[in-house]
Design a protein around this ligand. Structure first.
Ligand code: PLP
Length: 395
């Protein structure tokens, strides 16, 4: 095996050289604790605040509205549980969607156990959340609307500004999980009209284990972690200065090159979607127009996603599948079911997510290897009819 193609940038991205260089001094030289009063510690505080200012600028926020976290999961948990606690006397109804990441979905389910009521809005066949459906779901006791900016499995970009307008009109707190969006599409918290927004550095070439929660000025969630009073007393614990500095450098770089990179990646992505959807019983999942630049996702009927991944791995292609039976359950992903795919069809999903190091050669290689693997798997599949080139459920 010679060629390696990393096509799983929606899972995580490699650390950018700029981010790595920015972080380097903070491990052994500038290791001060931002809470220390001597100049060495105060320098770390200054560096941390500079990172906060850079990040704030990149998302259209004020520095005081950016709180550092350990990543997307923590930000989502904080947003949902925090609003639930803050507004519990106003009401106990939360609106979210059927296609959220588990960081939101499982937190919502946890809140249901505590007595909150959650509406999981359906999506259309492209994975789009209709703003009018959000409006129709709002009740006098609704305290939170949480909708993702872009879906991690099928790449659909949601009409966030329109949903934000609906939330604002109703006076309901609006949280956006923008983990897949920040650094990839233009993000402006004011334009989106959100009160809370989650992001995570390792999705935009920053380090794993650091992220942030935008918290609109005037909204003060209860503290997530109690202790020494860092992050305005809301998330105690000695700050991850290196991580914050790395995240800021990575985000600045991603935003600087967003226009050119999203054009380049969209063109490569479309080659994948066009080329691979030509296979028999193949279809693109998600919205072709409102779509993350690097994310190609498809279904190949009669193929098991997990087998597909393993065979692609053997050919050097690192990809992902919403159908992976990684948990104890054999169910395909909730996202694929939510866009209306039957179980047996949803099992054949493949997500190829391109990024900064992806090249035309990578795409050419994928376009050669994926059809070969799909054909080989279908030939040995008990559900594939070689004569008709269709799965047996079409008989
Ligand atoms: N939300 C979305 C949409 C994601 O794609 C992910 C990660 O895949 C997360 C949240 C969780 O982020 P993290 O890995 O930083 O905890």
């Amino acid at each position: 095996m010679s060629k390696i193609v990393y096509a799983d940038h929606a899972a995580t991205t490699p650390l950018s050289a700029k981010a790595q260089a920015a972080m380097e001094p903070f491990f052994a030289q500038r290791f001060g604790n931002p809470s220390s009063l001597y100049a060495f510690g105060q320098q770390a505080k200054t560096d941390l605040e500079e990172a906060r200012a850079v990040i704030a600028r990149c998302i259209g926020a004020q520095p005081s509205e950016v709180l550092f976290t350990s990543g997307g999961t923590e930000g989502d948990n904080w947003a949902l549980k925090g609003v639930a606690e803050l507004r519990k006397n106003k009401g106990k109804h939360i609106i979210t969607t059927a296609i959220e990441h588990h960081a939101v979905l499982y937190t919502a389910q946890y809140l249901e156990k505590l007595g909150y009521e959650v509406t999981y809005l359906p999506v259309d066949s492209l994975g789009r959340v209709e703003p009018e459906r959000v409006r129709a779901a709002i009740r006098p006791d609704t305290i939170l609307i949480s909708v993702m900016a872009a879906n991690n499995e099928i790449g659909t970009i949601e009409p966030i500004a329109a949903i934000g307008a609906v939330a604002r009109e109703a006076g309901v707190v609006f949280h956006v999980d923008a983990v897949q969006a920040v650094g990839h599409i233009p993000v402006d918290v004011k334009e989106w009209g959100c009160d809370l927004m989650t992001f995570s550095a390792h999705k935009f070439y920053g380090p794993i284990g650091v992220g942030g929660l935008y918290m609109r000025r005037g909204l003060r969630l209860p503290p997530l972690i109690h202790g020494g009073g860092q992050e305005k007393g809301l998330r105690s614990g000695t700050e991850n200065v290196a991580g914050a500095v790395g995240m800021a450098a990575a985000l600045q770089e991603a935003v600087d090159e967003l226009d050119s990179e999203s054009k380049r990646l969209s063109a490569l992505r479309d080659q994948l979607l066009d080329g691979l959807s030509k296979l028999p019983c193949a279809q693109v999942t998600g919205d072709r127009e409102n779509r993350l630049p690097g994310t190609a996702s498809l279904i190949f009927e009669g193929v098991e996603g997990e087998a597909l991944l393993l065979h692609l791995d053997a050919r050097g292609i690192r990809a992902s599948s919403g159908s992976a039976c990684s948990s104890a359950s054999l169910d395909p992903s909730h996202v694929l079911l939510a866009i209306g795919l039957p179980h047996e069809v949803a099992h054949g999903s493949l997500r190829l997510s391109l990024g900064r190091e992806s090249t035309q050669e990578d795409v050419d290689y994928i376009l050669r290897e994926v059809p070969a693997v799909v054909n080989a798997l279908r030939e040995m599949s008990p559900v594939w009819d070689v004569k008709t080139q269709k799965p047996v459920w079409y008989h």
